[in-house]
Design a protein around this ligand. Structure first.
Ligand SMILES: NC(=O)c1ccc[n+]([C@@H]2O[C@H](COP(=O)([O-])OP(=O)(O)OC[C@H]3O[C@@H](n4cnc5c(N)ncnc54)[C@H](OP(=O)(O)O)[C@@H]3O)[C@@H](O)[C@H]2O)c1
Length: 292
């Protein structure tokens, strides 16, 4: 577990996005004599945690939250990605190195979230990966890794963080279209995400009395640095992208910003929705497009 220990300054955009220039000089404090223009984003005052926020759709969600004024704590595992996100976001987010498969890290993360944010409004549990392996090649270690991050890590992260989520708050998981259909080479991943989809329903029921909603987004082909697949070459990524463009009824793969919008809809706007999985797949699993 690593943590950049410097205090988080106020995000300048939140309070001082539009400097007060009523007397010809920009003020960096409130002034009763002058008209105040204070930036109020949609999520100003909200506190969010993004598990797996250094890349791809997790990072896009972090950026969307920050742009609308939320205070965000994000996690990732690889030092290189953590450093890159620290540089990119400067001091605008709390960046924490934490392995979602490690129980000691999950427990420490709970303490850091409590110390840095106190109560939170939203937790996005996004860390995950797939490995494409035919049935006969899957080892016990590979099986455990896939379930470790996509399933076990998600379960115990919710267990640890749920006490910190305030009434009216919510969790969103990232599942996958693979949890509802069969893909050769993805049986372990599909099973891991199907369990996660089921957790969304179970946790929705368990956390209902506390007024906490739990939902999932289920992406189809989305353009991210890994396309959600571990250990693939640039040529493989290009092939996935091509396949996604061909088989998706919308004839293109999705963007991380499109996923982030769905995540934040479920996280904040969908106040009468719990236990659902929202597909963000360009119609891949819903729309049959006839061949012409
Ligand atoms: N891209 C797709 O087409 C697609 C489709 C369906 C579902 N999904 C799912 O969507 C989610 C995000 O995918 P993505 O394509 O955006 O992936 P990505 O670009 O590879 O990003 C994955 C994020 O999760 C983090 N992560 C992975 N293992 C972790 C661990 N053990 N502990 C903490 N953080 C960990 C990574 O951090 P580090 O790099 O620091 O480890 C990174 O921030 C995954 O759950 C994936 O299964 C993706």
């Amino acid at each position: 577990m690593t943590y950049a220990n410097e205090p988080l300054p106020l995000h300048p955009f939140v309070l001082f996005a539009r400097p007060n220039v009523c007397d010809g000089r920009a003020h960096r404090s409130y002034s009763s004599a002058c008209h105040k223009e204070v930036f109020m984003g949609r999520y100003t005052g909200k506190k969010a945690v993004v598990i797996g926020g250094t890349l791809g759709m997790g990072l896009a969600t972090v950026k969307a939250l920050l742009e609308e004024g939320a205070e965000v704590l994000l996690t990732g595992r690889h030092g290189k990605n953590l450093e890159a996100v620290r540089r990119e976001l400067e001091s605008r987010a709390h960046v924490v190195g934490s392995d979602a498969t490690n129980m000691a890290d999950i427990d420490a993360l709970g303490r850091i979230v409590q110390e840095k944010l106190g109560e939170v409004d939203f937790v996005f549990i996004n860390a995950g990966f797939s490995r494409i392996e035919p049935l006969e090649q899957v080892t016990e270690a590979a099986y455990d890794q896939t379930f470790g991050v996509n399933t076990k890590g998600a379960f115990f992260t919710v267990q640890r963080l749920a006490p910190l989520v305030r009434k009216g708050g919510s969790f969103v998981f990232t599942t996958s279209v693979a949890d509802a259909v069969g893909y050769p080479g993805l049986s372990v991943y599909s099973g891991a995400k199907a369990a996660l989809r089921s957790f969304a329903q179970g946790f929705a029921a368990e956390l209902l009395p506390r007024g906490i909603r739990v939902n999932a987004v289920s992406p189809g082909f989305i353009k991210t640095p890994t396309m959600g697949v571990s250990g693939v070459s640039p040529a493989d990524l290009a092939a996935f992208e091509q396949e996604g463009n061909a088989v998706t009824p919308m004839k293109r793969i999705g963007t991380v910003e499109e996923v982030a919008r769905a995540v934040l809809f479920l996280g904040f706007e969908a106040t009468f929705t719990t236990g659902v999985e929202l597909l963000v797949d360009g119609g891949l699993t819903q729309v049959l497009v006839p061949n012409h």
